[in-house]
Design a protein around this ligand. Sequence first.
Ligand code: SF4
Length: 364
Amino acid sequence: MIPSRLYVHIPFCRSICHYCDFPKVIYSPRWEREYVPALLRELSSFSPARGSFETIYLGGGTPTSLSEEGTRVLLGELRPLLREGGELTVEANPESLDEERARLLFSLGANRLSLGAESFRPDYLRLMGRRHAPADIGRAVLAARKAGFRNLSLDLIYGLPGEGLPELQEDVEALLALAPEHLSCYSLSVLPGTRLFLEGFHEEEDEALREQYDWLRARLGEEGYERYEVSSFSLPGFRSRHNLGYWMDEDYLGIGMGAAGAIGGRHYRNSLSLSRYLKGEGREWEEVPTEQDRLEYYFLTRLRLREGFPLEEFERKFGFPFLSRYGERARSLERKGLALLEDGRFRASDEGLYLLDRVLLALF
Ligand code: SF4
């Protein structure tokens, strides 16, 4: 059966950010003309019926880098596939979301926008190689509200080189002033192959990041944002339904260059090469994960959620009780204050969510 979640990857960006290791290429109209039909061909190979998907997520890259025509064609095909009351998210960069584009997306069925705000400081935006200016963020939010969007998520990156608590506080207050329904807050990763890495930048010290994360969590909590996942905060009723599917270890269909998917016990990733994808050589790999892979993937996704997982769900999925194999390790994590076994669930504690790698290492 086809999964109820669809991820659509739009790999085009107008320029490349200095920290980015997502699958992307510089936008060209010629490639867009070939890419949109290739996406639709891949989608139709799964024969989705009307209303197949509870959530559809256009991510990137930069989905708002598509032309008006490309956007119309793509969303025109996707919209009928969304169930009544479904969630259709489009990622957007602030400089590429004016009122006209926001109205177009809303009229084509998008009902949630995820905006890559990242920072309100011009020096940090420059350091990250972002194209937008701080003022573009407020303009994009206003454009989205005017177009009718009632569900907005903003991304923030903290832990930038030299960033201290006062700078983070400035950024967070500017974000809060825009009253988004959802926030995703990530500390900067300096990954091999990125420009920041090649220029010798490093991630900040754990202690400084910890102070920033703790302050962030407390401040957002004061404003009514619940941290329901390691990096995700939402007002009541505004959790990302699409991303919850990943974190609940549900199947999903991913289409497009570099997209991943999980269907009926098989996992796959599409080609990271645009030319190969366009030629129809879609898959980079496809495999049936081993039991150990499935267990690790389950812990990796499920424990990102603050509520962890019900022990009975674990047993249903894997055919043996969690405590029979992991009881000792789970209790040791509990003694260290990193996890909790309570009310028939296993979950990371607040400390454990921050130090999730340590929780996962103990279980793997
Ligand atoms: S806009 Fe997003 S996908 Fe594109 S280069 Fe920047 S971070 Fe990467």
